[in-house]
Design a protein around this ligand. Structure first.
Ligand SMILES: [Zn+2]
Length: 146
């Protein structure tokens, strides 16, 4: 069981889709999210924050430690661990990835009726282009997408 939440950034302009793998960390583990526009308001602390593609997620490391201990996950706890192992990171490769995918499939939905194969091929091509863009923007999960 995994769950996701939508978190509004500190300036209120953006919303990020955040994914919690295996339901281990509760939504409270996210203290705040900064979009590229409000990221300069963050008091940068690498012990509690992860920077990704211009965004910042600020974690409550005490909450994280508590819940990891309960599940007997022993690992040196860092924001990178939480993020890269998807215990609390973007839903998809970036804060809006899930929405972008939905929009893309709507955009090319017309092809689907004609040929499912063309549809998947178009989806795949557009997706590869998008992942390249995300890589350029420095999104960690886009570097090695699975
Ligand atoms: Zn913002």
């Amino acid at each position: 069981m995994c769950f996701h939440q939508k978190v509004r950034c500190v300036c209120g302009k953006e919303e990020a889709y955040i994914f919690h793998k295996d339901n281990i960390l509760p939504e409270e583990v996210v203290i705040e999210v900064f979009c590229p526009e409000c990221s300069n308001r963050a008091e940068w602390n690498p012990e509690e924050m992860i920077r990704d593609g211009g965004w910042i997620i600020h974690y409550d490391m005490e909450i994280a430690e508590y819940f990891f201990k309960q599940k007997k996950i022993s690992y040196r706890l860092t924001p990178e661990f939480i993020f890269d192992k998807e215990y609390c990171s973007w839903y998809g490769l970036s804060p809006h990835d899930i929405e972008e995918n939905r929009r893309l499939s709507e955009e090319i939905a017309g092809i689907k009726h004609a040929s499912l194969r063309d549809y998947y091929e178009a989806f795949r091509k557009r997706r590869i282009e998008r992942v390249k863009e995300l890589q350029k923007q420095g999104f960690r999960k886009a570097m090695d997408p699975h």
